[in-house]
Design a protein around this ligand. Sequence first.
Ligand code: LRH
Ligand code: MN
Ligand code: MN
Length: 388
Amino acid sequence: MATTFSDIAPLLAEQAIELPSWAFGNSGTRFKVFATPGTPRTPQEKIADAAQVHRYTGLAPTVALHIPWDNVDDYAALGTFAKDQGVALGTINSNTFQDDDYKFGALSHVDPQIRRKAIDHHLECIDIMHATGSRDLKIWLAEGTNYPGQGDMRARQDRVAESLRTIYAALADDQRLVLEYKFFEPAFYHTDVPDWGTSYAQVAALGDRAMVCLDTGHHAPGTNIEFIVMQLLRLGRLGSFDFNSRFYADDDLIVGAADPFQLFRIIAEVIRGGGYANPDVAFMLDQCHNVEDKIPGQIRSVLNVQEMTARALLLDREALAAAEEAGDVLGANAVFMDAFYTDVRPWLAQWREGRGLPADPFQAYLDSGYAQRIAEERVGGTQASWGA
Ligand code: LRH
Ligand code: MN
Ligand code: MN
């Protein structure tokens, strides 16, 4: 029997997408960072903006922090502030990519003192997790080399493994380490954790609470990302997604903007592998809004994820399995495409209204006057920007 909207309604209600605090700061390229009036100046203002996204969509109950970008004196108080705004603090992201000491590596550095410094930064992040009640420590390593011969790739891999072991050992039993991979940038010749296989090999050596983070913008063009999703779910190591979209490299554009069909295929595979509405697989955004308004950009993003989730949940799995088993190539593909081409927007608008949310969250936010208010109120101080 075909799946209907009422079948999927309870599953949609379980969707939660974590927002990155850094999406609310100014960002740009290495050529120019454009400032927007009303941009947050503090972690508190970023959280207040993130809470707006949740208020109008009901989809984004948590906010990820990046340390030291979101440094505050009292993280427990920041957690209380978030709660008062209607959201909670989520993943803690470490940062070993903006310190001169890490020019030639952090967890992989040849100098044990620099490795120690990078490890200590992660231990501080774990302390913050205790104060905020965060479950996940997300690590992305900007480490690698630019020229063949510059570094001993094998020795660097061993040092990364040893450093990760020390960090993992400091986690509490209910905390996880999530290791993100990226095929290039900032290093251009080799990267120490370039792909899902390396991330998997590293986390598998640590223990059950070490997982892989899949950032959709971190693959070579043409990579079949849904295959990786399948494999990591199969291996029980898909810990989280950093969702965004890209046309060229790590563009960090709005998820679903460049290739909605790819987003559909990824989510269909998450559902197939039991990763949907499963707390083990965190859905997060990792985006920057260089030229568009940030809060509406985040609202559009979570709605894009919700729309593709609804379409993927509507996939008639029985019909698909029957066609697959019968070797009906075009029939199977037609079942798949039917789900993708279903316009779920009118139904989602109705569904939202039934849950006390605005039918059109995007417009409701624009009409709220919040953007004008923050532009007037947030004067003086230094606006947050990606990287600070
Ligand atoms: C690296 C990355 C990683 C960082 C974030 C700011 O490209 O995706 O997740 O923490 O960007
Ligand atoms: Mn990322
Ligand atoms: Mn990235």
